[in-house]
Write a protein that binds this ligand. Structure first.
Ligand code: KIV
Ligand code: ZN
Length: 555
């Protein structure tokens, strides 16, 4: 890296807007969304989508609820043109959806673009040219008036051809590409020139899309640029102000959100942020950020997994595990304290719902309810060596209906964690259940139960137990005020060192389990040590007897 950095790079000049209003505002409604997946997103793919992939993604965008979709750059290639024609000729565009097409300010390209739109019900022609000092100097070698002339000419060429689309509700969008790196005064000048040329009306406003083509400053600067621009427009009623952010500094979402506070009406972006370099704005994040503040985003993202599959299949891109909302791990807590807090939060919420209350979502560590996005609760907690007993207990309970008593959780938690540490990887519910079964249920030495019978009279229970003790079969008899007490007495009478039962719990197991009940028993030995045991059987009485032996076998 260059040292000092100031010899190579310079700070971005701030916008003079001392009475800026956007920091005092809050968002209360969603913007107009425009998906640019099929254009900006597609241009950024090493292997661009073919027509059938574009059709599949288009249908998914429509299902999501996008009412404006930039479908391509029809003059750029035959594939793009053919895609447009299929959309229109196969009547794949719902009546309430507007397709948008991008074109440069070149007459031949505009001609072909208009041709591609014949028969469309609603369309936006999106014209752009680049306006920043670096683009003017390096790419075009032109001065400001010549750059303005390009925009004016392009707009005129579109206007002159509008009559060729008689059945089309045609709108016009202009982007001063690289807006955020352009002097605000010049961006305004060129947009006013385009407005003069297009002659929009308040019922048919022009869309002025102000792109953060390359992020060059902090998001507050973009918001200042947007607010400055809107405040200086001659007639703001003639324009819909649209944002189009990229993510070079990793703040595309923030720039869009602050740009909305600054007064923009419309947002362009892609699903999951696909796009040039670091990507376009991730529309899913902005939409769900609104949703988590109680604002209906106007997009249906209730099956994020399905949307993700379509996206990955069509674009060949993969979504990083930590991507907000959509990433595989974003509703997963590995740390024990997080797991515990989530579990308590979910329980509290369930209890409130059962009582007929409908509290606001307030579960620690989860900004939204994963089920609202079609994500499953079982994804919330997984277990690795960093997890506490809470995560272990949660998985056993949610996946297998095994409700370990609190104190048994404390005993089994470290046993499971040691095993997970030994494996050196994350484990899922079925493996944890296997560990519990190995530790508690499948214990048959030194004591194994071969048979157990009881008979009771006047509150006294007599038992007769057949056991294999260190390989030798023995029959023991005892009595007590219940089968467990009778069995404990039989064992002690048969020579097992003295112990007492200090804790007992049992419950039915979920339908999927072969056995119907599980019992948990904690015993205390004469010298004060305690041990838990567990037994599973179709008979709850036998489950408890097995639990006593499990505890003894673990001593
Ligand atoms: O990023 C950008 O500036 C663009 C324009 C064509 C709108 O994609
Ligand atoms: Zn872009």
């Amino acid at each position: 890296m260059q040292n000092p950095a100031s010899k190579k790079y310079r700070p971005f000049p701030p916008i003079h807007l001392p009475d800026r209003q956007w920091p005092n505002r809050v968002l209360t409604a969603p913007p107009i969304w425009c998906s640019v997946d099929l254009r900006d997103g597609n241009q950024a793919l090493a292997v661009p989508m073919n027509v059938s992939q574009k059709l599949e993604l288009f249908d998914a965008l429509v299902r999501c609820g996008f009412k404006e979709i930039e479908v391509g750059f029809p003059a750029a290639s035959n594939t793009e043109f053919a895609f447009m024609r299929r959309l229109i000729e196969e009547k794949r565009i719902p009546d309430d959806v507007t397709i948008q097409v991008l074109v440069q300010a070149r007459e031949d390209l505009i001609e072909r673009t208009v041709e591609s739109l014949v028969g469309a019900r609603n369309a936006i022609i999106h014209l752009y040219n680049s306006t920043s000092p670096a683009q003017r100097r390096v790419v075009f070698g032109l001065e400001k008036p010549e750059i303005v002339a390009i925009a004016r000419r392009g707009t005129r060429w579109v206007r002159e051809r509008a009559h060729r689309l008689p059945g089309t509700n045609l709108r016009f969008q202009y982007s001063p590409e690289s807006f955020s790196a352009t002097e605000v005064e010049f961006a305004l000048e060129i947009c006013e020139a385009v407005i003069d040329e297009w002659q929009p009306t308040p019922d048919k406003p022009i869309i002025l899309n102000l792109p953060d083509t390359v992020e060059v400053a902090m998001p507050n600067v973009y918001a200042d640029q947007i607010e400055w621009f809107i405040r200086h427009l001659r007639n703001p009623a003639l324009a819909i102000i649209s944002l189009h952010t990229h993510n070079d500094r990793g703040t595309g979402v923030a720039a869009t959100e602050l740009g909305l506070l600054a007064g923009a009406h419309r947002v362009e972006g892609t699903l999951f942020g696909n796009g040039e370099r670091t990507g376009n704005l991730d529309v899913v994040i902005v939409a769900l950020n609104l949703y988590m503040h109680g604002i209906d985003p106007g997009l249906n993202l209730s099956d994020l997994n399905a949307l993700r599959q379509v996206y990955e299949r069509c674009t060949g891109m993969t979504i990083p595990a930590r991507q907000p909302y959509a990433g595989e791990l974003v509703f997963t807590a590995f740390s024990g304290s997080h797991q515990d807090a989530i579990r308590k939060g979910l329980r509290e919420r369930e209890a409130a719902l059962e009582k007929g209350r409908s509290p606001f979502w307030d579960v620690p560590y989860l900004t939204v309810d994963p089920t609202d996005l079609g994500r499953e609760y079982y994804e919330v907690i997984r277990v690795n060596g960093q997890s506490g007993k809470g995560g272990v207990a949660y998985l056993l309970e949610t996946e297998f209906g095994i409700e370990l008593p609190k104190d048994l959780q404390r005993e089994f938690g470290p046993i499971a964690n040691d095993e997970v540490d030994r494996l050196g990887r994350e484990v899922r519910g079925p493996e944890l259940r296997g560990m519990f079964w190995a530790e508690y249920i499948h214990r048959s030495t030194p004591y194994q139960l071969l048979g157990f019978e009881t008979e009771g009279r006047d509150g006294i229970v007599k038992c007769r137990a057949r056991l294999l003790i260190r390989g030798t079969e023995q029959t023991l008899e005892g009595q007590g005020n219940g089968p467990i007490a009778a069995f404990v007495n039989a064992l002690i009478a048969g020579g097992v060192p003295k112990f007492e039962v200090v804790h007992y719990a049992e419950h039915a197991l979920s339908a999927g389990e072969a056995a119907s009940a599980i019992a948990y028993i904690q015993i205390r030995l004469a010298e004060g040590r305690t041990r838990w045991g567990a037994g599973v059987d179709t008979s709850i009485e036998l489950a408890s007897i097995k639990a006593v032996l499990s505890a003894l076998n673990r001593c």
